[in-house]
Design a protein around this ligand. Structure first.
Ligand code: ADP
Ligand code: MG
Length: 565
């Protein structure tokens, strides 16, 4: 292998040459303590920056294996190291000068959630660390400014690598706290099913966020406090006893006046499928990690989905056991979202009346009397919610501020009162007695059919010329077709969206064969990610993009929203 001296000599030779000569630097170089790979070199100073990686042997990094021997610990440590490295790089960002993106140095930016990312991975057996980052190779006009790059690669980077990835140089107490928190979080996750719970919210949690554009905790918020009747105390391995609200399986209704914090609680539960970093305020808000936020999504496309659980006898005679549309209504989209989430294996629905189609959620008694049942294609969710729990084991947590209809079917009713939940089940049930009951159907119809065979799409080529583009967190484009994920609300990072684009491409090239159904394809994809790592879905021939791991539920969501499937 070439050495760092070879690289330095090469750079000195190409100084002042035309920018494309930078391409000669591609390759691997042995530095003191790590190997530097120059994986991809940008074509000009304004193009997206060059891709580099460093591999630090486990023996040099020196992390004790007890810090990364289990997946949840490893992901937490990887996440923490990515943050440390990002912070170090930031202090050197644009310290080397030049035109265009000269001097940029960056690595994936992590938000409040702890995700598995391709940016930094640790080999579970050797402890070898591999980190991918970007550098804007410096230019003077359109020529090579080699001495600026030498500053980056020979002064800045070695310092960043050593101060972020050498265990001996890190604050060991902080590192241990990261591993301990991940174990505590994992412990809560494992306790949920054993205790018959679908979510846990610790007392003292801070649920609201700083603002609509910042997911940091709100300062001076009212801390969460569990109602006595739902109090559960868990004995965490590191934290010790921790008390909070255990949301029992079944149907839970959250009511309360406007602005009393209902949606904020639900939002925290939606993101409780992920672990959060220390001091987020939601680090002990843990939700069943198959949970799906259900909402209306007018305009989405639906492909051969069996929505007959909710919609039947449409006036246009369309078959709802294999329903397709390019432009769904609020209620049909929400019906499809339910069935597709069942297909994705969820055991908890999270629903906010603010973002639901009213005619999907309820149909009041008066309306039932005036418009006869037989003339209404929609069986509202309220008539199915109990069957979904009893027959399919799917719980629901529903926020409803304006309609009391769900009092009748809920097992537990919480009222948010100035941001503090109170359990009011007995009182609400008593009051509800005076109101006419919604007639509920006797039993659930047959299970929806999930056998949707996927045909491969001819617009994909094996030569690496497929075009992928991520449009922030909310959408991606694949061969010019946009997949809109704006309403897939549990996506929390644009790198997850990028991963979904690559997942779809990978499925098109390797998994879809005209025989397997969607479930088999997604299961196989998830198995590949689990066994070979997330980077396995990055097909060779593509410049490595940084990916963050999405859940299976979001993979289904993305595939279901791809109009060319
Ligand atoms: P609802 O859905 O009941 O109408 P929201 O959850 O939207 O209410 O909350 C209304 C406002 O109160 C939001 O601006 C939110 O940030 C704020 N808020 C929510 N929970 C808290 C809390 N625990 N402490 C302080 N402010 C909060
Ligand atoms: Mg609300």
């Amino acid at each position: 292998m070439k050495t760092s001296d070879d690289l330095k000599a090469l750079l000195q030779r190409i100084d002042h040459k035309g920018y494309p000569t930078y391409k000669d630097t591609r390759g691997s170089y042995r530095f003191d303590g790590y190997v530097l790979n120059i994986d991809h070199v940008q074509g000009d100073p304004f193009a997206s920056p060059s891709k580099l990686s460093a591999v630090i042997p486990g023996s040099t990094a020196g992390f004790p294996s007890s810090l990364f021997d289990l997946p949840h610990k490893r992901i937490a440590l990887q996440d923490h190291l990515t943050r440390l490295f990002a912070k170090k790089l930031e202090s050197f960002n644009f310290k080397a000068k030049g035109s265009g993106k000269s001097g940029l140095i960056s690595v994936s930016r992590c938000g409040q959630e702890i995700l598995s990312r391709t940016a930094l991975s640790m080999d579970p057996s050797s402890g070898n660390l591999s980190v991918h980052f970007e550098v804007g190779f410096p230019a003077r006009g359109r020529t090579i400014a080699a001495f600026e790059l030498i500053k980056i690669l020979f002064d800045f980077l070695p310092e960043c690598v050593r101060s972020s990835f050498y265990y001996n140089r890190l604050n060991k107490r902080v590192i241990k706290e990261v591993a301990d928190l991940s174990e505590d979080q994992q412990y809560i996750r494992e306790q949920l099913p054993k205790l018959g719970l679908c979510a846990f919210v610790a007392d003292g949690s801070i649920l609201p966020r700083e603002s609509g554009v910042s997911s940091r905790p709100m300062k001076q918020a009212v801390a969460f406090h569990s109602p006595d009747s739902l109090k559960v105390t868990l004995n965490l391995p590191h934290h010790g006893p921790l008390t909070g609200m255990g949301v029992p399986k079944g149907i839970t209704l959250i009511v309360g006046g406007g602005y009393h914090g209902k949606s904020t609680l639900l939002k925290a539960l939606e993101l409780g499928v992920y672990n959060h970093i220390k001091n987020d305020g939601r680090e002990y808000v843990i939700t069943d990690d198959t949970a799906v936020k259900l909402r209306a999504e007018d305009g989405r496309s639906i492909k051969n989905t069996d929505i007959s659980l909710f919609i039947n006898n449409l006036p246009n005679g369309k078959d709802t056991s294999s329903f397709s549309t390019e432009d769904a209504s609020g209620s049909t989209s929400q019906a499809a979202n339910v069935v597709e989430s069942m297909e994705a294996g969820t055991s908890l629905f999270l629903i906010d009346e603010d973002t639901s189609a009213t005619n999907f959620m309820i149909r009041d008694e008066l309306m039932q009397r005036v418009v006869h049942r037989d003339l209404e294609p929609i069986t509202p969710f309220i008539e199915r919610v109990q069957g979904l729990y009893e027959d399919h084991g799917i719980s629901s947590i529903i926020v409803a501020g304006s309609s009391g209809a769900y009092f009748q079917v809920a097992d537990h009713i919480l009222q948010m009162d100035r941001y503090v939940p109170k359990e009011i089940t007995a009182f609400a049930k008593e009051e509800a007695k005076a109101f006419p009951l919604v007639t509920l159907p006797e039993k659930m119809p047959e299970n929806p059919s999930f056998c949707r065979i996927i045909q491969s799409n001819r617009s994909f080529t094996k030569n690496g010329r497929n075009k992928l583009k991520t449009l922030g967190k909310d959408a991606f484009q694949i061969n010019k077709e946009t997949v809109d994920l704006r309403y897939t609300e549990q996506l929390c990072d644009a790198e997850q969206t990028t991963a979904l684009a690559y997942a779809l491409l990978y499925a098109q090239l390797h998994l879809i064969d005209g025989r397997k159904d969607l479930r088999q394809i997604v299961e196989e994809l998830m198995r590949i990610i689990e066994t070979k790592g997330l980077a396995a879905i990055l097909d060779c021939g593509y410049v490595k993009s940084n990916l963050a791991e999405p859940r299976k539920q979001e993979v289904f969501a993305a595939f279901n929203r791809y109009r060319k499937l």
